[in-house]
Design a protein around this ligand. Structure first.
Ligand code: TTP
Ligand code: MG
Length: 399
């Protein structure tokens, strides 16, 4: 039997923990991360991105409208988010993981699977390694992580949630069934509120009951039960999508007057590429597929897309691909009323991602990224038009 060599790491109350680390007076207090106005007052109609564990004791949780969370926990302090700080903290965490794990799959801003298969000789005891990773995160980043260790990703994910916060749960190979059986079905990734209700109506409350239910009782879901039986035996059968803020990002612009001026249209395209790429960079994300849409004066709309060789968040690369797509789409003579750029196949720009690896090996791209990030910063401070590329000079007034 292969040993349990998947680790799943999930940071505890991530945004709230980073806020408590940034402002130690918030440590040990119930806090909600939400939107605040410039005076530091909470925006009444905002939603909590997350709640510290102290606030969860009162029933506050992520996704809850702030007013509702404040009703449950009137002593809660609402703080505004600092997205850049979360990206910084997460990348520190994942670089600590990379000191030990040969391979990492980051699935969201604060979650990753670490693949330790084939490392028996270097790391005979993965529980020790998990402890070390947790200690280093606490010492160097000042927040806590929960880790699950199991023979499959699904079980490792369920295990990391088992003793949150600051948990460490090891499921030895062969013990998956014993571990999963008593757990509520909600613990299984993919079972949401609706599916939970459906199973509850059938009297199925635990994962053990779910694996034993005859297929014909849950007709239409028989594939699911078969999958589940495999899962209980430690077989990975659920695809984990990389959870990111948005699966695609797009911007388009309708011109004040229809145009067939190629220079003008390319300049617009450049500006749209900048907007799309800046959003990717802001969210610490990369995309692999670029799409260009054009609309003619008679409203006929066509688009074309192509995948890049690797994921990117560089304006330059997104623009260059969109220029190619535009020349393939447009005859250069018929007037257009709109152009748009979209990117899809968006992933987190994690340390082990293809894009990051390429960046590490490609100094030019790394430098380019630094430059574009600096431009983002200046635009954020001094306004959209504080820096414009040469081909946009003279067009700024149209924006
Ligand atoms: P989660 O890992 O789901 O939650 P968490 O880290 O706050 O708490 P837990 O200890 O249960 O893991 O999400 C990570 C961060 O992503 C979270 O801190 C805030 C953000 N987030 C949102 O912005 N909106 C959401 O709906 C959710 C679920 C999370
Ligand atoms: Mg988390």
């Amino acid at each position: 039997m292969t040993r349990s060599s998947w680790l799943h790491i999930d940071l505890d109350a991530f945004f709230a923990s980073v806020e408590q680390k940034l402002n130690p007076t918030l440590k040990g207090k119930p806090i909600l991360v939400g939107r605040v106005d410039p005076q530091g007052r909470s925006v009444p109609r905002g939603v909590a991105a997350t709640a510290s564990y102290e606030a969860r004791k009162f029933g506050a949780k992520s996704g809850m409208p702030l007013f509702q969370a404040l009703k449950l926990c009137p002593t809660c302090i609402v703080v505004g988010g600092h997205y850049e700080e979360y990206i910084k903290a997460a990348s520190k965490v994942f670089s600590i993981c990379l000191r030990y794990a040969p391979k990492i799959e980051q699935t969201s801003i604060d979650e990753a699977f670490l693949d330790f298969s084939g490392t028996e000789w270097i790391y005979p005891n993965l529980v020790d390694i998990a402890r070390k990773i947790k200690q280093e995160i606490k010492k160097e980043v000042g927040i806590t992580a929960s880790i699950g260790i199991a023979s499959s990703r699904v079980v490792a994910k369920i295990a990391s949630d088992y003793q949150k916060p600051d948990g460490l749960t090891y499921v030895p190979a062969g013990q998956e069934k014993n571990f999963l059986s008593p757990l509520p079905i909600r613990e299984l990734p993919g079972i949401g509120v609706k599916m939970e209700e459906y199973f509850h109506q059938l009297g199925i409350k635990t994962l053990g009951q779910l694996t034993r239910v005859p297929c014909k009782k849950i007709q239409g879901l028989s594939w699911f039960s078969a999958n589940l039986q495999q899962l209980a035996n430690g077989v990975d059968n659920i695809r984990f999508a990389q959870r990111v803020g948005a699966k695609s990002i797009s911007h388009s612009e309708t011109f004040a007057k229809n145009s067939k001026d190629q220079k003008f249209i390319l300049a617009k395209l450049q500006r749209l590429a900048e907007k799309v790429a800046a959003r990717l960079r802001k969210g610490g994300r990369c995309a692999q597929c670029v799409r260009v849409t054009i609309r003619y004066s008679d409203f006929k709309t066509v688009s074309r897309q192509r995948a890049l060789l690797y994921s990117t968040n560089l304006t330059k690369e997104i623009y260059e691909m969109s220029e190619v797509l535009l020349t393939e789409l447009w005859d250069g003579r018929t007037p257009l009323r709109l152009v748009g750029i979209g990117v899809s196949d968006v992933k987190m720009d994690s340390h082990n991602s293809e894009a990051k690896q390429l960046l590490l090996f490609d100094e030019k791209r790394e430098k380019r990224l630094e430059l574009e990030k600096r431009i983002d910063g200046l635009r954020e401070r001094f306004g959209e038009n504080s820096i414009i590329t040469a081909n946009l000079v003279g067009l700024a007034k149209n924006h």
